[in-house]
Design a protein around this ligand. Structure first.
Ligand code: KG4
Ligand code: ZN
Length: 390
């Protein structure tokens, strides 16, 4: 089954065609993030206007590339009339992000999906963006081998799909959640942030250091300079900033204190411009430390068969290294899955994949956006029938 995924929850306009939830036939992304560099953050109105401009060309490109991918993998050459193949006839359903996100941006994707569903007579599958992120782990990418790191052997296996039960860390720009998944669609929320999300902590502290938006990749790049040059690179030595709730029994986080602490240090540091990389390495470590420590504590408690990393923050190199290293020390039977960095940040492949594995359609007349959706509210989609009735 081929699903066209549409993702417009924030400042990316993305479309992708994914086969059977695992094989990418095409993936196209247009981003307005360059525009937001000037303002140091997203202006929702501008992001939505940019979505309107990009949505049709992006969908068109994804459909054309999906056909070209099919042509490449076809044993027999196509007849000369194969251009008629470039159309909706190549897809079986449309998946679209309905929330959470910016209302103006979400509406562009959902209204477009509705129109296409009506015109093409294809079913629509509504997708929760946060659940979508988790499905980046189900997409086959050469760089995404599940790593069997038991007993510190570091041996990797052939690519396989994650097995349930699974524990997922979803760390994005607006959310940071830990969820336990018994199977597809059976999600139990076990913890989350009480204030800022991990991505938000990167973005806001980057702003304090006058680094560009988005802050995560910017901090990570500058921190690398410090980590490459300094001998004090263990997490025990990068302790300029606090790790709130790290020893707490529950699975919640709090990142707003970090921002305040960075602000105070910035104000007290006259030679700040010479210490940006040191500050960045310390900020990164504080965020990574609490994410890794608490997630692995949850692995010990829940003993999942798979640990799935998801969301833009999990593109962070240091976070990925620390997870791989520390799960091997746990000597558990849990396999860790880490999507390729480009699948961690917003794109439409995981939206199409989530729709395949949680296939529940809704009539185009009944679909609506929900900017406040959380991962805990996910069950609302699971009880709908094909008419969208609860
Ligand atoms: O999941 P995502 O692409 O979009 C949302 O759904 O929010 O996440 C965006 C967040 C931003 O806060 C960005 O700074 C952060 O992910 N991010 C990173 C990295 N790449 C993106 N944070 C740390 N290190 C990175 N390499
Ligand atoms: Zn996202």
């Amino acid at each position: 089954m081929k699903i066209l995924g549409i993702e417009t929850s924030c400042d990316e306009t993305a479309a992708a065609v994914v086969e059977d939830g695992t094989k990418i036939l095409s993936s196209t992304i247009a981003s307005s993030s360059e525009m937001h560099i000037k303002t140091g953050g997203i202006i929702p109105e501008q992001a939505a206007r940019q979505q309107v401009k990009s949505i049709i060309p992006v969908i068109q490109q994804a459909l054309v590339e999906a056909v070209n991918e099919k042509v490449k993998t076809r044993k027999q050459p196509l007849s000369s009339g194969h251009h008629s193949f470039i159309s909706e006839s190549n897809i079986d359903a449309i998946a679209v992000t309905v929330g959470p996100g910016l209302i103006g941006s979400l509406l562009v994707g959902v209204e477009t999906a509705k129109t296409l569903s009506y015109l093409w007579k294809k079913p629509i599958v509504p997708v929760n963006h946060l659940v979508g992120h988790v499905y980046a782990n189900f997409i086959s990418e050469k760089s995404k081998l599940p790593e069997k790191l038991r007993n510190g052997t570091g041996k990797s296996q052939k690519p396989t799909l994650p097995k349930f039960p699974a524990l997922a860390l979803v760390a994005s720009g607006g959310h940071t959640d830990l969820v336990f998944m018994k199977s597809h669609g059976k999600i139990k929320w076990i913890g989350g942030t009480r204030d800022d999300a991990a991505g938000e902590a990167f973005d806001k502290t980057a702003r304090l250091l006058k680094l560009p938006y988005p802050g995560g990749p910017a901090i990570s790049a500058v921190a690398k300079k410090f980590l490459d040059q300094s001998s004090a690179t263990s997490h025990q030595s990068l302790t300029m900033f606090p790790r709130p709730m790290i020893n707490d029994d529950g699975f919640d986080w709090s990142f707003s204190g970090l921002k305040t602490s960075v602000l105070r240090s910035v104000q007290k540091t006259p030679d700040l411009q010479h210490r940006i990389s040191e500050f960045s390495a310390n900020i990164q470590e504080a965020i990574v430390d609490v994410l890794v420590t608490k997630t692995l504590r949850a692995v010990k408690k829940y003993k999942p068969r798979s640990l799935l990393l998801a969301g833009g923050v999990t593109a962070n190199k240091r976070l990925r290294q620390r997870f791989k290293h520390e799960i091997s020390n746990l000597k558990s039977d849990t396999n860790i899955f880490i999507p390729a960095p480009k699948l961690c940040t917003d794109n439409a492949t995981f939206i199409a994949s989530a729709a395949f594995f949680n296939y529940s359609t809704i009539d185009w007349k009944r679909i609506s956006v929900n900017p406040q959706l959380t991962i805990a509210s996910e069950t609302q989609f699971k009880t709908r029938n094909s008419n969208g009735e609860a």
